[in-house]
Design a protein around this ligand. Sequence first.
Ligand code: SAM
Length: 244
Amino acid sequence: MSTEPEIPRGGCTLTPIGRIHSCFTEKFGIPRQPGLVSEARATLEILPPFDRREMFKGLDRFSHIWVHFIFHEILAEGWKHTIRPPWLGGRTRVGVFASRSPHRPNFLGQSVVRLLALRFENGKILLDLGGIDLLDQTPVVDIKPYLPYSDRIAEATSGYAMSMPAPVAVLFSEEVIAFGVSYQREQGRDILRLIGQILQQDPRPASQKEAGRDFGMKLWDVNVRWQARENDFFVLSCRRLMVG
Ligand code: SAM
């Protein structure tokens, strides 16, 4: 991958206001945009000196918020002038500013996510978020309320990213269903629903679309293996990872 030259810095420094604790502990499997996988959850932990209650007064009256963040896992790879979006089958290039790619100058991302709860616990300020597309440990640099009266634009057009492809059918082995039921009982996390919603979106890269391939992804502390078949995806196994 070619890395672009360093950008002259304009003297503006961003300080993270918080850090994401997400179900996505690796990049593969993360939805391509927010709101596509409602079961995708994260907690945003606010960091000092921004962990002051008055800074959040009134926020819990909004159902959704904008989260502005740094694509921190891309920093080492660098940015690009042009991108091959998955929407175009990974073959056609568009300008980086005509894309939502992480490989961009300044590495800034933005997502509208559901604000499930605002919690003040043991001296910490925690925001529970749903429908996220964020990697675990993502640094967050700002949040703002989503304003439907102005942010929702009914007549907007969207270039090459027109409408979602049809969802893929997802089937689970009996072993995976048994795992999911006991994991939910123990952890309170509906992992079967999460896996189903992620795979429906077909997370495979454009270059790996042939049937018969096995894939793996990590969700929380679980390694999930699944197979892409001709007409569906079959979830083969779920295994707890040793943490710590
Ligand atoms: N909604 C955001 C936006 O438009 O700025 C992100 C869109 S980007 C196409 C979404 C992808 O970014 C995810 O599928 C994941 O692969 C990647 N991603 C998410 N968090 C990241 C992070 N902290 N560092 C690097 N890549 C990340």
